[in-house]
Design a protein around this ligand. Sequence first.
Ligand code: PLP
Length: 424
Amino acid sequence: MGNSIETTCVQGGYRPKNGEPRQVPIYQNTTWKYDTSEFMGKLFDLEEAGYFYTRLQNPTNDLVAAKVCELEGGSAAMLTSSGQAASFFSIFNLASCGDHIVSSSALYGGTYNLFATTMKRMGIEFSFVDPDCSDDELEAAFRPNTKAVFGESVANPALSVLDIERFAQAAHAQGVPLIVDNTFPTPVNCRPIEWGADIIVHSTTKYMDGHGGAVGGCIVDAGRFDWTKHADKFPGLTTPDESYHGVVYTERFGLEGAFITKATAQLMRDLGAIQAPQNAFLLNLGLESLHLRMAQHSANGLAVARFLGEHPKVAWVRHPSLPGDRYYEQACKYLPKGSCGVVSFGVAGGRAGAEAFMKKLGLAQIATHVADARTCVLHPANATHRQMNDEELAAAGITPDLIRLSCGIEGTGDLIADLEQALG
Ligand SMILES: *Cc1c(COP(=O)(O)O)cnc(C)c1O
């Protein structure tokens, strides 16, 4: 079978045998029945592979995770209940109280809160670096107790493009893996593992589901990072897990399976952020058309950015694939097929201009969501950041005139016509 990204979107993960359902079946059950308690015991000891309780593993979830794994070119993957859970697990699987992480400062707001507030309360410290920092600044951020580097391939909402190769080299030089949140471009537009990333996380809530239908997340392991070479840094992967009768994950499951097996066996067991099999089924329906939708999202994003860039009532426009954008060269390298459908821009007339513009939009609808089949738009100064005054907004990198537009997959001409009448 062909293994282009398009074919993998449609047929990856699940390959039914003779007489089996053609579509991924929904295993709507919590438990599995076994003939002997001896066999059940082996399942509990991770000595036999098999399903016993959906909080740990469910076949529907595994088949859909396998598709995302193939799309990213990884060795193992797992679904989580949300993107937040995926980001949390990806780090908590490596770091515990007293450890340190280097992260790009260009992050989704929820991820920043998770790192800077909640995980800090767990005793994990984060150093935030500008994604465009110098090599020296990046190197200086590491500490002896650093366990990973984290960044977003295309940052939400900053739309900066991470220099994945440079960040991967810096991480590897310090003996730690690079974790990349690849939510915005998806593996259709960007394949971070090919540039050296070790672990990929997704909010599948965004383009992967793509229809605003199901919250979810995913973690993919490239299976290349050699935990045993840096065994002192990663004892959780390289020394016996007493909560699993002394299993050593790297020995039993190899470099390909250790990370995801540990995240499943420990974190999913104890924290329970499982994706509902119904949602995994919906996610798979989304993945079947991801390649078609990403092409249209990206084309609409670029066409709208070009239109806005030439409009006299638009003060500025940002989109990584727009020639002249600060990240254009990096986008050509990492995102040759396009970046995503999100565009940010400033309406002439500042806050008042932006407010008037928002009132006139018809096709673009006001929502906090992004990366949906339907075009959605937000004026952060009047929504997510409305408690801030203009000075505080400036410190957060948000100007009062900023509009965040997430182009859907509607007709390009209709989208531009809506913007044109609202600006006019
Ligand atoms: C939305 C988002 C998340 C969080 O995902 P949820 O599914 O909402 O928990 C993480 N990273 C990025 C880049 C996002 O856009």
